[in-house]
Design a protein around this ligand. Structure first.
Ligand code: SF4
Length: 102
């Protein structure tokens, strides 16, 4: 069982129209990855002009529902870090680009 400090960091996010996105990446305290089979999307994404989140914190993965990902262990992410970016099928989606099918 990991501690909060050991949760994987979101080292990169390129979804600039998200309310949590600042110049250096995602400032949500933690993100949840959800989506359908084969499509791991960031459920914390919110398309807002207003910017929020925690000024001094870069996001970690708080939870991941993608049990079909090789990094998923008991609904948590065990990757060292993840990247979030435009979805391959739909560029308006914020996808976990580190998703790796089992
Ligand atoms: S790498 Fe896999 S387990 Fe980790 S957040 Fe992405 S989809 Fe979830």
């Amino acid at each position: 069982m990991s501690t909060l400090l050991e949760l994987p960091s979101v080292t990169e996010c390129t979804i600039t129209d998200c309310g949590y996105h600042h110049e250096d990446g995602c400032h949500a305290g933690a993100v949840t990855i959800a989506g359908a089979v084969g499509d791991a999307s960031c459920a914390t994404f919110v398309p807002l002009d207003a910017k929020g989140g925690l000024a001094k914190v870069l996001a970690h993965v708080g939870a991941c529902q993608r049990t079909d990902c090789a990094f998923n262990t008991e609904l948590e992410c065990s990757a060292p870090s993840i990247r979030v970016g435009a979805g391959r099928d739909d560029a308006s989606h914020a996808d976990c680009l580190t998703f790796t099918a089992r």
